[in-house]
Design a protein around this ligand. Structure first.
Ligand code: GLN
Length: 390
């Protein structure tokens, strides 16, 4: 019998994701889960009702692989209204969540040996997906406190084999937003080096303090070389629905559709109809959603600061970061997360999990898309823990 190792090398020694691990430990210990990003509310009643109605009254057979025409049209109309983009419905492909859209984009666009630029901190799926697609990742490291993207670092990482860059904006886990100047720089960089940008913009609507999302696709030269990815889970606080989409000019969209048809082929039709309805909600709904999360952010930030933590306020996402070093906490991020789950009754995510080389180890991410009572209880536990350190 041969003893060839089992499985693809990318997966062989891969652990479960940090989000799975922390959520499992929170379930086991009863800790408050401020780790994996998900809201604890039920979600918008009318969208839930639309999905329930569609489930019992409309077709439950395969929708077209590219998505229901109603949803493709709704996504295009939504981006025209909110981001001044001029997408046609054929340029939108519905996916089973943004993670599938990222996978489909990479499988469609990476040729063996192509280099792909990634910016760390990065969502943990990017790197293994690049490698499984046959690409070679080149990681540019962004550092706190401002996580800025510098042209010099990009120029140092780019080469003749580089074909793609993945940009997450707004950025998870920092909660920072890429500036107008950085976007203009990224656009000229992509044009100059003939790169396609895969833009993971799942947090586009969850922005605070009046910040308005700007899609890289709208910058000069980017309309034909951008894949713009969005997520109904993040927009409507329904993370379990796994309805996302990817938008691109027709020659790119065609390839994306081919990759998608052999990943999931399609997604549940009732959820697609409900999301199509949701996307046409009035501006006041989106403003209200943002105000609600901003109030939760402010509550968590205030509580943590009063408890003795140095907190970086976020401009977007459902997360804030605590700077352990600046808080005078003598622990690294993993040590802190391991201690607080038992001693404070709170699960969090170490920021080093977002860096392939663990370049940052003094920050942790906390999720605030929770009720006031849950935030207050978590703050009380973290306050007791901070006090116990002296
Ligand atoms: N995006 C989520 C987060 O940052 C995690 C998604 C997942 O667990 N697959 O918390």
């Amino acid at each position: 019998m041969t003893s060839a190792p089992l499985g693809h090398p990318v997966y062989r020694d891969m652990p479960a994701t940090i989000f799975e691990k922390m959520s499992a430990r929170a379930r086991e210990t009863g800790a408050i889960n401020l780790g994996q990003g998900f809201p604890d509310a039920q979600g918008p009643e009318d969208i839930l009702r639309a999905a329930a109605d569609a489930l019992v009254s409309r077709s439950n057979q395969y929708p077209p692989s590219g998505g229901l025409p109603e949803l493709r049209g709704a996504v295009a109309a939504h981006y025209a209204r909110h981001q001044d983009l001029d997408l046609r419905p054929e340029e939108v492909i519905v996916t089973s969540g943004a993670t599938e859209a990222i996978a489909a984009s990479l499988f469609a666009l990476v040729q063996p040996g192509d280099e792909v630029l990634l910016l760390a901190p990065l969502y943990d799926a990017y790197l293994p997906l690049v490698e499984r697609a046959g690409g070679v990742a080149r990681v540019v490291t962004l550092m706190p406190p401002d996580w800025r993207i510098g042209r010099d670092a990009l120029e140092a990482a780019v080469g003749p084999r580089t074909r793609l860059i993945i940009l997450n904006n707004p950025l998870n886990p920092s909660g920072s937003v890429v500036t107008q100047g950085e976007l203009a720089m990224l656009a000229s960089f992509c044009v100059e080096h003939d790169l396609i940008a895969i833009c993971d913009e799942v947090w586009e609507h969850v922005t605070f303090d009046g910040v308005r999302h700007q899609p890289l696709m709208a910058f000069p030269g980017m309309r034909e070389r951008t894949v713009k990815i969005g997520s109904a889970g993040k927009i409507f606080s329904l993370t379990g629905w796994k309805i996302g989409w990817m938008c691109a000019a027709p020659p790119v969209a065609r390839l994306l559709g081919r990759a998608h048809q052999f990943l999931t082929f399609t997604s549940a039709p009732n959820l697609q109809w409900a999301v199509a309805e949701g996307l046409s909600k009035p501006d006041t709904w989106f403003a209200g959603m943002r105000d609600g999360y901003q109030a939760s952010r402010d509550r968590l930030v205030r509580g943590l600061r009063e408890a003795g933590y140095a907190v970086q306020e976020s401009a977007a996402t459902w997360f804030v970061t605590v700077d352990l070093a600046a808080s005078g906490v003598p622990l690294d991020d993993i040590g802190f997360c391991n201690r607080i789950i038992g001693e404070a009754g709170v699960a969090a995510i170490p920021i080093s999990a977002f860096y392939p080389d663990a370049a940052v180890t003094h920050m942790v991410r906390l999720c605030f898309s929770k009720s006031d009572a849950v935030i207050d209880e978590a703050v009380a536990g973290l306050g007791r823990f901070r006090a116990s350190l002296g």
